[in-house]
Design a protein around this ligand. Structure first.
Ligand code: GDR
Length: 319
Protein backbone atom coordinates (compact mmCIF):
# COMPACT_ATOMS: atom_id res chain seq x y z
CA UNK A 1 0.00 0.00 0.00
CA UNK A 2 2.81 2.38 0.93
CA UNK A 3 4.80 1.61 -2.22
CA UNK A 4 1.75 1.86 -4.47
CA UNK A 5 1.09 5.32 -3.03
CA UNK A 6 4.63 6.17 -4.08
CA UNK A 7 3.80 5.05 -7.62
CA UNK A 8 5.83 1.86 -7.53
CA UNK A 9 4.84 -1.15 -9.59
CA UNK A 10 4.70 -3.84 -6.95
CA UNK A 11 5.24 -7.54 -7.50
CA UNK A 12 4.21 -9.60 -4.51
CA UNK A 13 5.23 -13.20 -4.19
CA UNK A 14 3.96 -16.15 -2.23
CA UNK A 15 4.43 -19.92 -2.18
CA UNK A 16 0.72 -20.46 -2.27
CA UNK A 17 -1.68 -18.13 -3.99
CA UNK A 18 -5.33 -18.44 -3.15
CA UNK A 19 -8.17 -16.12 -2.24
CA UNK A 20 -8.00 -16.97 1.45
CA UNK A 21 -4.37 -15.86 1.53
CA UNK A 22 -5.25 -12.49 0.04
CA UNK A 23 -7.41 -11.27 2.96
CA UNK A 24 -4.93 -8.57 3.94
CA UNK A 25 -4.58 -7.26 0.38
CA UNK A 26 -8.36 -7.25 0.07
CA UNK A 27 -8.77 -5.42 3.36
CA UNK A 28 -6.45 -2.72 2.02
CA UNK A 29 -8.22 -2.88 -1.35
CA UNK A 30 -4.97 -3.38 -3.25
CA UNK A 31 -5.41 -6.99 -4.36
CA UNK A 32 -5.97 -5.88 -7.95
CA UNK A 33 -3.23 -3.28 -7.94
CA UNK A 34 -0.23 -5.54 -7.51
CA UNK A 35 1.20 -8.32 -9.63
CA UNK A 36 1.12 -11.55 -7.63
CA UNK A 37 3.56 -14.30 -8.54
CA UNK A 38 4.08 -17.75 -7.18
CA UNK A 39 7.56 -18.04 -5.69
CA UNK A 40 9.18 -20.24 -3.09
CA UNK A 41 12.36 -18.54 -1.88
CA UNK A 42 13.78 -21.95 -1.06
CA UNK A 43 13.92 -22.64 -4.81
CA UNK A 44 16.69 -20.61 -6.42
CA UNK A 45 15.45 -21.35 -9.94
CA UNK A 46 12.17 -19.63 -9.14
CA UNK A 47 13.96 -16.52 -7.84
CA UNK A 48 16.15 -16.43 -10.95
CA UNK A 49 13.08 -16.58 -13.15
CA UNK A 50 11.39 -13.61 -11.49
CA UNK A 51 14.57 -11.53 -11.65
CA UNK A 52 14.93 -12.35 -15.31
CA UNK A 53 11.33 -11.60 -16.20
CA UNK A 54 10.94 -8.22 -14.44
CA UNK A 55 13.12 -5.15 -14.18
CA UNK A 56 13.45 -4.98 -10.44
CA UNK A 57 14.93 -2.04 -8.52
CA UNK A 58 14.24 -2.95 -4.92
CA UNK A 59 13.52 -6.20 -3.10
CA UNK A 60 11.88 -6.19 0.32
CA UNK A 61 12.30 -9.66 1.75
CA UNK A 62 9.54 -10.15 4.31
CA UNK A 63 9.16 -13.85 3.52
CA UNK A 64 9.76 -16.12 6.49
CA UNK A 65 8.53 -18.77 8.82
CA UNK A 66 7.71 -16.02 11.30
CA UNK A 67 6.38 -17.89 14.33
CA UNK A 68 9.01 -18.13 17.05
CA UNK A 69 7.10 -20.87 18.91
CA UNK A 70 6.56 -22.95 15.77
CA UNK A 71 10.29 -22.85 14.99
CA UNK A 72 10.98 -25.14 17.96
CA UNK A 73 8.93 -27.82 16.19
CA UNK A 74 9.97 -27.03 12.60
CA UNK A 75 13.64 -26.01 12.84
CA UNK A 76 14.58 -27.32 9.39
CA UNK A 77 11.75 -25.64 7.54
CA UNK A 78 12.47 -22.45 9.50
CA UNK A 79 16.17 -22.48 8.62
CA UNK A 80 15.45 -23.30 4.97
CA UNK A 81 13.22 -20.29 4.45
CA UNK A 82 14.65 -17.79 6.92
CA UNK A 83 18.36 -18.46 6.44
CA UNK A 84 18.97 -20.28 3.14
CA UNK A 85 16.14 -18.46 1.36
CA UNK A 86 17.90 -15.17 2.03
CA UNK A 87 21.30 -16.23 0.73
CA UNK A 88 19.56 -17.58 -2.38
CA UNK A 89 18.00 -14.19 -3.09
CA UNK A 90 21.33 -12.45 -2.42
CA UNK A 91 23.13 -14.82 -4.76
CA UNK A 92 20.64 -14.14 -7.55
CA UNK A 93 21.06 -10.40 -7.04
CA UNK A 94 24.87 -10.69 -7.06
CA UNK A 95 24.96 -12.79 -10.21
CA UNK A 96 22.04 -11.42 -12.20
CA UNK A 97 21.77 -7.75 -11.28
CA UNK A 98 23.92 -6.33 -8.45
CA UNK A 99 22.19 -2.96 -8.82
CA UNK A 100 19.05 -4.29 -7.12
CA UNK A 101 18.70 -2.93 -3.59
CA UNK A 102 17.84 -5.51 -0.96
CA UNK A 103 16.01 -5.14 2.35
CA UNK A 104 16.09 -7.99 4.85
CA UNK A 105 13.43 -8.22 7.57
CA UNK A 106 15.68 -8.80 10.54
CA UNK A 107 14.19 -9.27 13.98
CA UNK A 108 14.66 -8.18 17.59
CA UNK A 109 14.68 -11.91 18.38
CA UNK A 110 18.35 -11.98 17.29
CA UNK A 111 19.31 -10.13 20.49
CA UNK A 112 17.94 -12.94 22.63
CA UNK A 113 18.44 -12.62 26.37
CA UNK A 114 21.45 -10.32 26.47
CA UNK A 115 23.13 -9.39 29.74
CA UNK A 116 23.35 -5.82 28.61
CA UNK A 117 19.79 -4.56 28.26
CA UNK A 118 20.77 -2.18 25.47
CA UNK A 119 19.54 -3.65 22.22
CA UNK A 120 21.05 -1.60 19.44
CA UNK A 121 22.78 -2.21 16.10
CA UNK A 122 26.14 -2.93 17.76
CA UNK A 123 24.93 -5.21 20.57
CA UNK A 124 26.11 -8.79 20.98
CA UNK A 125 23.50 -11.11 19.56
CA UNK A 126 22.49 -14.16 21.56
CA UNK A 127 19.58 -15.80 19.70
CA UNK A 128 17.54 -18.36 21.64
CA UNK A 129 15.25 -20.15 19.17
CA UNK A 130 15.65 -21.80 15.76
CA UNK A 131 13.71 -18.79 14.46
CA UNK A 132 16.14 -16.29 15.99
CA UNK A 133 19.21 -18.27 14.92
CA UNK A 134 17.96 -18.43 11.33
CA UNK A 135 17.23 -14.71 11.38
CA UNK A 136 20.73 -13.99 12.69
CA UNK A 137 22.22 -15.96 9.81
CA UNK A 138 20.15 -13.86 7.39
CA UNK A 139 21.18 -10.69 9.21
CA UNK A 140 24.88 -11.53 9.03
CA UNK A 141 24.84 -12.76 5.45
CA UNK A 142 23.07 -9.58 4.33
CA UNK A 143 25.79 -7.61 6.07
CA UNK A 144 28.47 -9.73 4.41
CA UNK A 145 27.07 -9.28 0.91
CA UNK A 146 27.14 -5.55 1.53
CA UNK A 147 30.79 -5.74 2.60
CA UNK A 148 32.15 -8.41 0.23
CA UNK A 149 30.24 -7.61 -2.93
CA UNK A 150 29.28 -3.99 -2.44
CA UNK A 151 25.58 -4.70 -2.73
CA UNK A 152 23.06 -2.23 -1.38
CA UNK A 153 21.83 -4.76 1.19
CA UNK A 154 20.38 -3.67 4.53
CA UNK A 155 18.68 -5.22 7.55
CA UNK A 156 15.94 -3.54 9.52
CA UNK A 157 16.02 -4.95 13.03
CA UNK A 158 12.34 -4.60 13.78
CA UNK A 159 10.89 -5.13 17.22
CA UNK A 160 7.31 -6.43 17.47
CA UNK A 161 5.10 -4.56 15.04
CA UNK A 162 1.39 -5.22 15.11
CA UNK A 163 -1.75 -3.96 13.42
CA UNK A 164 -5.25 -5.18 12.55
CA UNK A 165 -3.54 -7.22 9.81
CA UNK A 166 -1.86 -9.48 12.39
CA UNK A 167 -2.88 -13.14 12.46
CA UNK A 168 -4.53 -14.45 15.62
CA UNK A 169 -1.63 -16.83 16.23
CA UNK A 170 0.32 -13.91 17.69
CA UNK A 171 -0.45 -12.92 21.23
CA UNK A 172 -1.78 -9.38 20.60
CA UNK A 173 -4.47 -10.40 18.13
CA UNK A 174 -5.20 -13.61 20.03
CA UNK A 175 -6.02 -11.56 23.14
CA UNK A 176 -8.12 -8.97 21.30
CA UNK A 177 -10.09 -11.49 19.22
CA UNK A 178 -10.54 -13.67 22.33
CA UNK A 179 -11.83 -10.84 24.53
CA UNK A 180 -14.28 -9.64 21.89
CA UNK A 181 -15.55 -13.19 21.34
CA UNK A 182 -16.05 -13.53 25.11
CA UNK A 183 -18.01 -10.25 25.15
CA UNK A 184 -20.17 -11.51 22.29
CA UNK A 185 -20.67 -14.82 24.15
CA UNK A 186 -18.92 -16.79 21.38
CA UNK A 187 -16.09 -17.98 23.61
CA UNK A 188 -15.57 -18.65 27.31
CA UNK A 189 -11.85 -18.51 28.05
CA UNK A 190 -8.54 -17.54 26.48
CA UNK A 191 -5.54 -19.74 27.27
CA UNK A 192 -2.11 -18.12 27.27
CA UNK A 193 1.50 -19.02 28.00
CA UNK A 194 3.97 -16.67 29.68
CA UNK A 195 2.22 -13.36 30.43
CA UNK A 196 5.19 -11.83 32.24
CA UNK A 197 7.43 -11.60 29.16
CA UNK A 198 7.94 -8.04 27.97
CA UNK A 199 7.79 -6.79 24.42
CA UNK A 200 8.41 -3.52 22.59
CA UNK A 201 5.22 -3.25 20.51
CA UNK A 202 4.87 -0.68 17.75
CA UNK A 203 2.41 0.00 14.96
CA UNK A 204 3.42 -1.80 11.76
CA UNK A 205 1.98 0.90 9.50
CA UNK A 206 4.33 3.43 11.07
CA UNK A 207 7.40 1.19 10.65
CA UNK A 208 6.97 0.78 6.87
CA UNK A 209 7.96 4.32 5.77
CA UNK A 210 11.19 3.92 7.74
CA UNK A 211 12.00 0.65 5.97
CA UNK A 212 11.60 2.52 2.69
CA UNK A 213 13.76 5.37 4.00
CA UNK A 214 16.53 2.89 4.80
CA UNK A 215 16.44 1.84 1.14
CA UNK A 216 16.72 5.43 -0.12
CA UNK A 217 19.84 6.38 1.85
CA UNK A 218 23.08 7.00 -0.02
CA UNK A 219 25.00 4.62 2.21
CA UNK A 220 23.44 1.25 3.12
CA UNK A 221 23.26 0.60 6.85
CA UNK A 222 21.26 -1.46 9.37
CA UNK A 223 18.76 0.14 11.73
CA UNK A 224 16.73 -0.83 14.79
CA UNK A 225 13.07 0.16 14.48
CA UNK A 226 11.23 0.05 17.80
CA UNK A 227 9.24 2.29 20.12
CA UNK A 228 11.87 2.22 22.86
CA UNK A 229 9.21 1.27 25.45
CA UNK A 230 8.41 -2.12 26.89
CA UNK A 231 5.31 -3.74 28.39
CA UNK A 232 4.39 -7.20 29.59
CA UNK A 233 1.66 -9.37 28.04
CA UNK A 234 -0.20 -8.78 31.33
CA UNK A 235 -0.03 -4.98 30.72
CA UNK A 236 -1.39 -5.58 27.23
CA UNK A 237 -4.33 -7.55 28.65
CA UNK A 238 -5.04 -4.88 31.26
CA UNK A 239 -5.06 -2.14 28.62
CA UNK A 240 -7.35 -4.19 26.33
CA UNK A 241 -9.88 -5.03 29.09
CA UNK A 242 -9.93 -1.41 30.17
CA UNK A 243 -10.62 -0.16 26.61
CA UNK A 244 -13.36 -2.80 26.26
CA UNK A 245 -14.72 -1.76 29.68
CA UNK A 246 -14.54 -5.26 31.11
CA UNK A 247 -14.00 -4.99 34.84
CA UNK A 248 -11.52 -7.68 35.90
CA UNK A 249 -9.25 -8.93 38.66
CA UNK A 250 -6.18 -11.21 38.66
CA UNK A 251 -6.23 -14.07 41.15
CA UNK A 252 -3.76 -16.87 41.96
CA UNK A 253 -0.08 -17.13 41.09
CA UNK A 254 2.17 -18.82 38.51
CA UNK A 255 0.41 -21.28 36.24
CA UNK A 256 -2.66 -21.02 38.48
CA UNK A 257 -3.10 -17.35 37.83
CA UNK A 258 -6.43 -16.37 36.26
CA UNK A 259 -8.20 -13.26 35.09
CA UNK A 260 -11.74 -13.08 36.41
CA UNK A 261 -14.63 -11.03 35.05
CA UNK A 262 -15.84 -9.16 38.12
CA UNK A 263 -19.38 -8.91 36.74
CA UNK A 264 -20.11 -12.63 36.55
CA UNK A 265 -17.01 -14.17 38.24
CA UNK A 266 -16.24 -16.16 35.07
CA UNK A 267 -12.62 -16.96 34.16
CA UNK A 268 -11.63 -14.94 31.09
CA UNK A 269 -7.95 -15.87 30.92
CA UNK A 270 -6.14 -18.89 32.25
CA UNK A 271 -2.52 -20.02 31.92
CA UNK A 272 -1.71 -23.16 29.98
CA UNK A 273 1.80 -24.38 30.63
CA UNK A 274 1.86 -26.13 27.25
CA UNK A 275 1.90 -22.67 25.65
CA UNK A 276 5.19 -21.74 27.33
CA UNK A 277 8.20 -21.74 25.01
CA UNK A 278 11.21 -23.96 25.75
CA UNK A 279 13.22 -20.71 25.99
CA UNK A 280 11.59 -17.33 26.43
CA UNK A 281 12.87 -13.84 25.64
CA UNK A 282 11.93 -12.23 28.91
CA UNK A 283 12.70 -8.63 28.13
CA UNK A 284 12.63 -6.81 24.81
CA UNK A 285 13.15 -3.07 24.34
CA UNK A 286 14.85 -1.43 21.37
CA UNK A 287 17.46 1.30 21.52
CA UNK A 288 16.61 3.78 18.80
CA UNK A 289 19.46 6.32 18.99
CA UNK A 290 20.85 5.50 15.54
CA UNK A 291 17.49 5.42 13.77
CA UNK A 292 16.28 8.65 15.37
CA UNK A 293 19.50 10.35 14.28
CA UNK A 294 19.83 9.07 10.70
CA UNK A 295 16.31 8.21 9.53
CA UNK A 296 14.45 10.51 11.92
CA UNK A 297 12.59 7.67 13.51
CA UNK A 298 10.36 8.33 16.49
CA UNK A 299 7.33 6.17 17.18
CA UNK A 300 4.06 8.09 17.47
CA UNK A 301 1.76 5.18 18.21
CA UNK A 302 2.51 3.74 21.64
CA UNK A 303 0.89 0.66 23.13
CA UNK A 304 -2.45 2.09 24.34
CA UNK A 305 -3.16 3.66 20.97
CA UNK A 306 -2.11 0.49 19.14
CA UNK A 307 -4.45 -1.66 21.26
CA UNK A 308 -7.25 0.81 20.57
CA UNK A 309 -6.63 0.67 16.80
CA UNK A 310 -6.67 -3.13 16.85
CA UNK A 311 -9.79 -3.33 19.02
CA UNK A 312 -11.73 -0.81 16.93
CA UNK A 313 -10.93 -2.75 13.77
CA UNK A 314 -11.89 -6.09 15.30
CA UNK A 315 -15.19 -4.68 16.58
CA UNK A 316 -15.94 -3.49 13.04
CA UNK A 317 -15.50 -7.06 11.80
CA UNK A 318 -18.20 -8.15 14.24
CA UNK A 319 -20.59 -5.32 13.53
P1 GDR B 1 7.02 -12.83 19.22
O1 GDR B 1 5.42 -12.65 19.08
O2 GDR B 1 7.39 -14.20 19.57
O3 GDR B 1 7.51 -11.73 20.11
O4 GDR B 1 7.51 -12.59 17.72
P2 GDR B 1 4.22 -13.44 19.76
O5 GDR B 1 3.04 -12.53 19.67
O6 GDR B 1 4.08 -14.80 19.21
O7 GDR B 1 4.68 -13.59 21.30
C1 GDR B 1 4.87 -12.47 22.14
C2 GDR B 1 5.01 -12.94 23.58
O8 GDR B 1 3.74 -13.43 24.05
C3 GDR B 1 3.97 -14.64 24.78
N1 GDR B 1 2.75 -15.46 24.79
C4 GDR B 1 2.13 -15.97 23.70
N2 GDR B 1 2.44 -15.87 22.39
C5 GDR B 1 1.60 -16.48 21.50
N3 GDR B 1 1.85 -16.37 20.19
N4 GDR B 1 0.51 -17.20 21.91
C6 GDR B 1 0.18 -17.34 23.24
O9 GDR B 1 -0.81 -17.98 23.59
C7 GDR B 1 1.04 -16.68 24.18
N5 GDR B 1 1.02 -16.58 25.54
C8 GDR B 1 2.07 -15.85 25.88
C9 GDR B 1 5.14 -15.28 24.04
O10 GDR B 1 5.72 -16.31 24.83
C10 GDR B 1 6.01 -14.06 23.80
O11 GDR B 1 6.75 -13.76 24.96
C11 GDR B 1 7.00 -11.56 16.89
C12 GDR B 1 6.92 -12.14 15.47
O12 GDR B 1 6.28 -11.21 14.62
C13 GDR B 1 8.30 -12.44 14.93
O13 GDR B 1 8.21 -12.86 13.58
C14 GDR B 1 9.16 -11.16 15.02
O14 GDR B 1 10.47 -11.41 14.57
C15 GDR B 1 9.19 -10.65 16.45
O15 GDR B 1 7.87 -10.44 16.92
C16 GDR B 1 9.94 -9.33 16.56
Amino acid sequence: EFLLNKNYSVIGTSRKINDKKKWRLKKLNIHKKIIIKKLDICKIEEIKKILKRYKINEIYNLAAQSYVSKSFYTPLQTANANALGVIKILECIRIQNPKIKFYQASSSEIFGNTENKKKDESANFNPQSPYAISKLFAHNITNSYRNYYNLFAVSGILFNHDSPLRSSDFVTKKIIVGLIKIMKKKKKTIELGNINAKRDWGYAKEFIPKIWKMMQRKKPSDFVIATGKTHSIRDFINIATSILKISTKWVGTGVNEKLINKKNQEVIIRINKNLFRPVEIIYSKGSINKSSKYIRWQAKTMLKKLVKIMIEDELKNYN
